[in-house]
Design a protein around this ligand. Structure first.
Ligand code: C2O
Ligand code: CU
Ligand code: CU
Length: 511
């Protein structure tokens, strides 16, 4: 792809470099190493919201006689018009930018015909999914240009808003920034019985938030790179610049995904209204929680319910907390004020009932004193002093083990921590009970500088001593540079004998 963003080497002078003002900063910017203490971005009041929010189509699927639901998913290059009259070279799954929304039910068998029509190797990882390691779409399951891959598994987890994206080692930020990312919605009987807004694209709306920068030709540029990677100065929602949502019902459910590579959002509404948080990464909470704001670091999700009055408007915004958030997210956009999405209610709205008082039956995980404990220290771009080595297994976990992991960010800069294959529960944050947004199932937890969390991690029964899963920082530039480790899940009596190294030549020779 000719217009593929090149790390740190802007080909044209961008708005960003002009914004710096000083010659020194411009020099630094053109050398690709920009100080992260640049002026805060403020787009509040500058956005006209003249584009209807694009809704990624639900991907078609077929169900065969054995009940296997099969999807075709093709990664390809194309162009997308974000800015009027400008065609941006982009990548997408079944569309020119982002991916179609996948949807399947708990208990269902799913299968994918993944095709790679790009001219470089990619992978498709099912973020938040409990599944066998061979199906996980990590760097160990590369799909070569022109190649195919046919992962399949049975869905064994509660209704949730998951997502999918590439995971090629060292290239994830690039591939996601070019547009490869989509939502994966799981339904189940329990959530179907709840009276929640559920018409896709009408009152149950995907909101994939990403920051992007454009050059004069309308091409993506990633020239602004701080210590946490790329930070864009414009927001796209589902690939829509300056979006508004035409609201037809008095309750609207937003499934918000932070699909950005480094930017950390503190979402709230411009009028300070409260909303109900009903779900997080791994599914619905036990009950709705009234909130005024929610912080999402890259890859985290939040399902919220917003109440609208006929004819009213409100704007979803990301802005610093009165105290602290900017500091907590240094170098990740925490001081920026950016308008995200305008909700525009029609003059007459379909009424919705009150929200159910109880949502999901979330069984609290209560590891006892004898539970396996592990510690993960995040510093620089290392985990426990190491960088990713695809040939090294860092952690071997016995199947069905409920473990307690302590994750400590000892650095001043923000990180987060994502674990493949599991949905964990947060026991403690900095020694305190978790806040409302961390009371449900999570696969990614934000760790501001100098913070720590204790989490209960329920490992499942899929075993494979030779194919690892990953845990990593989901700030994609950190991940790409190796802030990642590998773990296998094995039969409990094989923990000692399981391999600690992998022969990469052997593993990838058949591809
Ligand atoms: Cu969303 Cu290992 O990733
Ligand atoms: Cu993942
Ligand atoms: Cu990080």
């Amino acid at each position: 792809m000719g217009a593929r963003p090149v790390h740190g080497v802007p080909s044209t002078v961008t708005r960003r470099t002009i914004l710096f003002g000083t010659a020194a900063a411009t020099l630094l910017a053109s050398a690709g190493c920009v100080p992260y203490s640049r002026d805060a971005i403020n787009t509040v009041g500058d956005i006209t919201f003249n584009n209807p929010l694009r809704i990624p189509a639900l991907a078609a699927s077929t169900v065969d006689g054995d009940g296997v639901r099969t999807f075709d998913l093709t990664a390809h290059a194309g162009t997308t018009e974000f800015l009027t009259g400008k065609q941006t070279p982009t990548w997408g799954f079944n569309r020119s930018y982002l991916g179609e929304t996948l949807r399947a039910r708990r208990g269902e068998k799913v299968r994918f015909n993944v095709r790679n029509e790009l001219d470089e190797t990619t992978t498709v990882h099912w973020h938040g999914m409990h599944l066998p390691a061979e199906m996980d779409g990590t760097p160990h399951q590369p799909v070569r240009p022109g190649g195919q891959w046919h992962p399949h598994w049975t869905i064994h987890q509660q209704a949730a808003t998951l997502w999918y994206h590439p995971h090629p080692h060292g290239e994830t930020e690039d591939h996601v920034n070019n547009g490869l990312a989509g939502m994966f919605i799981i339904d189940d009987d329990e959530s179907d019985r709840l009276d929640l807004p559920g018409r896709y694209g009408v009152d149950d709306v995907p909101v994939i938030v990403q920051d992007r920068s454009f050059d004069d030709e309308g091409e993506f540029t990633t020239s602004y790179r701080g210590i946490n990677g790329f930070l864009g100065d414009n927001l796209l929602v589902n690939g829509t610049y300056a979006p508004y949502l035409d609201v037809q019902t008095d309750l609207v459910r937003l499934r918000i995904l932070n699909g950005s590579s480094a930017r950390i959002y503190n979402f709230k509404f411009d009028d300070g209204r409260r909303f109900d948080l009903i779900g997080t990464d791994g599914g619905l909470l036990d009950r709705p929680r009234q909130m005024k704001n929610i912080v999402l670091s890259p890859a985290e999700r939040a399902e919220i319910i917003v109440r609208m009055k006929p004819g009213s408007r409100t704007t979803l915004r990301s802005a610093p907390q009165e105290l602290g958030a900017g500091f907590l997210t240094t170098g990740a956009g925490g001081n920026d004020r950016m308008d995200v999405l305008q909700l525009r209610a029609r003059p007459a709205l379909e009424p919705g009932g009150p929200l159910p008082a109880r949502l999901a039956a979330v069984e609290p995980l209560r590891p006892d004193a004898s539970a396996t404990k592990r510690e993960f220290v995040l510093d620089g771009i290392e985990i426990n002093g190491k960088q990713m080595d695809m040939g090294r297994i860092d952690t071997v976990v016995p199947a069905s083990n409920l473990e307690v992991w302590t994750v400590r960010n000892v650095a001043g800069q923000p990180h987060n921590f994502h674990i493949h294959d599991v949905q964990f529960q947060v026991l403690e944050v900095d020694g305190h009970a978790p806040p409302p947004e961390l009371t449900g199932s999570k696969d990614t937890i934000f760790l501001p500088g100098k913070s720590a969390a204790r989490i209960a991690v329920p490992f499942g029964t899929y075993t494979n001593p030779r194919v690892p899963y990953m845990y990593h920082c989901h700030l994609l530039w950190h991940e790409d540079r190796g802030m990642m480790g590998q773990f296998t899940v094995v039969d409990p009596d094989q923990v000692e004998s399981a391999p600690r190294t992998l022969n990469m030549k052997e593993m990838h020779s058949h591809e």
